[in-house]
Ligand binder design. Structure first.
Ligand code: NDP
Ligand code: 8X3
Length: 256
């Protein structure tokens, strides 16, 4: 009997995390899917288990909360804690403001989710990977982790931090045969802008006006490419952009 691998995907209730969960299940990988919205997790579990011969566990918790994250982790049976693949995807931008007029609550939300969230879950997963001398961690960075754009300083700072954490993990986990990859997208059409603009659908839609953004499946396929390399190959960093986007600030919109 072949043993299924286990992947834990954070932020699986929407966008990139949801697509990644589908693609991993298609490869026969058992899943732990996480996010705050329990109803969406249950729906996704049912959808995946109907389509693929894998088992899916759901863990609903707020990744900003270290205690809640640990409590959720402790609900897993021992064998489920042997995670082969960790996808650190949960994240968000809140607001689009100059620093001088920015909202400190938005800053806290971004810093706690995008930086501390990765730390909160990774510190629980890494010891078992170290013990088993195997594992692959994929951190979802961004073009915003490589450049800074106007009104995006704090979001960009958190994604620059993801870049630093990815490099740090790769160094600290080097003795233990654990791969660490950053997948860094440009514009992807998900709920990202809807969340950034706090439910303003019109404003969110305008972000993608006149261009074909990346889809969540584009990123899920990129993640799978990195995960499916031979054991001696680690893809350190992939920057994926829509063809119509050259950088954070240069976008070739076709409006007629
Ligand atoms: P979505 O808004 O579609 O999905 C974000 C996911 O993160 C949701 O599943 C959400 O779940 C989860 N999440 C957010 N806050 C928390 C929290 N406090 N606790 C637990 N889970 C949380 O956006 P994307 O799919 O686009 O975003 C995924 C990642 O990709 C993020 O890290 C983002 O920064 C990055 N990214 C996105 C780009 C884009 O253009 N879309 C470009 C580059 C990078 P729930 O609300 O249920 O908790
Ligand atoms: C999300 C993409 O362009 O808003 O990381 O920074 S962008």
């Amino acid at each position: 009997m072949t043993q299924h691998k286990i992947a834990l995907v954070t932020g699986a209730t929407a966008g990139i995390g949801k697509s990644t969960s589908h693609i991993l299940a298609k490869q026969g990988i058992n899943l732990i899917i996480t996010g705050r919205r329990k109803d969406r997790l249950v729906e996704l579990k049912e959808e995946i288990e109907l389509k693929h011969s894998v088992t899916v566990k759901t863990l609903a918790f707020d990744i900003r909360d270290a205690l809640a994250t640990e409590k959720a982790w402790q609900c897993l049976d021992d064998t489920w804690k042997n995670i082969d693949i960790l996808i650190n995807n949960a994240g968000l931008a809140a607001g689009l403001d100059h620093l001088q007029t920015g909202n400190p609550d938005d800053w806290t939300q971004m810093i706690d989710t995008n930086i501390k969230g990765i730390l909160n879950i990774s510190r629980l997963v890494m010891p078992r990977m170290i013990e088993r001398q195997t594992g692959h961690i994929v951190n979802i960075g961004s073009i915003a982790g490589k450049e800074t754009y106007e009104k995006g300083a704090v979001y960009c700072a958190t994604k620059h931090a993801v870049e630093a954490l990815t490099k740090g993990m790769r160094i600290d986990l080097l003795p233990y045969n654990i791969k660490v990859t950053a997948v860094c997208p440009g514009m992807v059409d998900t709920e990202f802008s809807f969340v950034r603009f706090k439910g303003d659908e019109e404003r969110a839609k305008n972000v993608y006006n006149g261009l074909s953004p990346l889809t969540p499946d584009d990123i899920a396929e990129t993640i799978w490419f990195a995960l499916s390399r031979p054991s001696h190959v680690c893809i350190n960093d992939i920057l994926v952009m829509p063809t119509q986007q050259a950088s954070s600030m240069y976008v070739n919109r076709k409006t007629s």
